[in-house]
Design a protein around this ligand. Structure first.
Ligand code: DON
Length: 311
């Protein structure tokens, strides 16, 4: 399979690159609008740690919503299932990722799932750390461990750009405070600061593929064989990825591609073939639902050619 991939991946990337013209870079976070619109890169990492890359795999980009999968894992490790699901639900919404709609429509006003912005902000509030800086340091250490011992950092330009313009996320967070999803002891601005920072953690496709492979292997590091996350929590994360990892295009993605994945507005997509492959993709031009147009097309091609669908 890896030999076939090595031979064919560059051609598939070039064929999918044209799809970038059907999308555009995110601009509601001004710094993200500087990304190269027609870039497309991918790394696939096999269970034995071997990798195949093609296109602009070395491009560095911020994780954005992809980070929500790993903050969920950390919050589960810190609080257990009961602690986390007291604050967020387990259901897809069908609404946009930054929607406020259901927070008021449904009692008790807790976010539907941990992958929409409101849910991810609630999850971030649960991660342990005596100070906001300590919380961010724990997040960076955990993400770096999952990326194979990488030294990951926050892209401060992206962090500042989001923080300065995040009126909607701020209103979501204050709404959650009023709904008592964020507790009395929680400072809303501190939680938002930690949330914007983990969204701005910078990676490349290889690091994303390695993080994906840890999930594909049920929480075990592919190279050291060390367990990083309890298997049960990885099952929970992958179930959410399948149900709502591509936001309100998750149903279509499950039909067209058929594997757990999580996208971000920087154009990154983390995907995995259970037990077999971790995949990192980047293509900054997004479609109407916030997913990389070229990246999704590339994953559709790979899944069809290599028979990756779980179903
Ligand atoms: O909170 C936000 O809006 C961004 N930091 C992350 C959103 C995101 O990546 C949604 N992805 N498709």
């Amino acid at each position: 399979m890896l030999d076939e991939l090595r031979a064919k991946l560059p051609g598939w990337v070039e064929a999918s690159r044209a799809k970038a013209r059907e999308g555009d870079v995110a601009s509601y976070i001004p710094e993200l609008a500087k990304a190269p619109r027609e870039a497309l890169g991918v790394t696939v990492m096999a269970a034995d740690g071997q990798t195949v890359s093609a296109g602009d795999a070395e491009l560095r980009f911020t994780m954005q919503s992809i980070s929500k999968v790993f903050t969920l894992l950390l919050a589960l490790m810190d609080n257990g299932e009961e602690g986390v699901f007291a604050k967020v639900g387990k259901e897809p919404t069908g609404d946009d990722f930054n929607s406020m709609l259901k927070l008021e429509l449904v009692e008790p006003g807790k976010p539907f799932n941990p992958l929409i912005n409101a849910g991810a902000i609630a999850v971030t509030s649960l991660i342990r750390g005596d100070t906001p800086a300590a919380k961010t340091a724990r997040i960076l250490a955990f993400f770096g461990e999952a990326a194979g011992g990488a030294r990951l950092d926050v892209n401060l330009d992206v962090y500042r750009s989001e923080s300065a313009t995040a009126h909607r996320n701020r209103s979501l967070a204050y709404f959650l405070k009023d709904n008592e999803v964020l507790g009395d002891d929680v400072d809303v601005e501190d939680v938002l600061g930690a949330y914007f920072r983990h969204c701005a953690i910078e990676v490349d496709c290889g690091q994303l593929a390695r993080m994906a492979l840890v999930l594909a292997l049920g929480g075990v590091d592919p190279v050291s064989g060390r367990r990083l996350v309890p298997r049960r929590y990885v099952q929970i994360a992958k179930a959410f990825m399948l149900m709502c990892g591509m936001y309100n295009a998750s149903g279509e993605f499950a039909i067209q591609v058929g594997i757990p994945a999580k996208s971000g507005v920087s154009g990154g997509i983390l995907a995995l073939v259970p037990g077999r492959f971790g995949i990192g993709v980047v293509g900054p031009a997004l479609g109407a639902k916030g997913n990389s147009t070229a990246g999704v097309h590339l994953l559709e091609t790979m899944a069809a050619e290599l028979d990756w669908s779980m179903f």
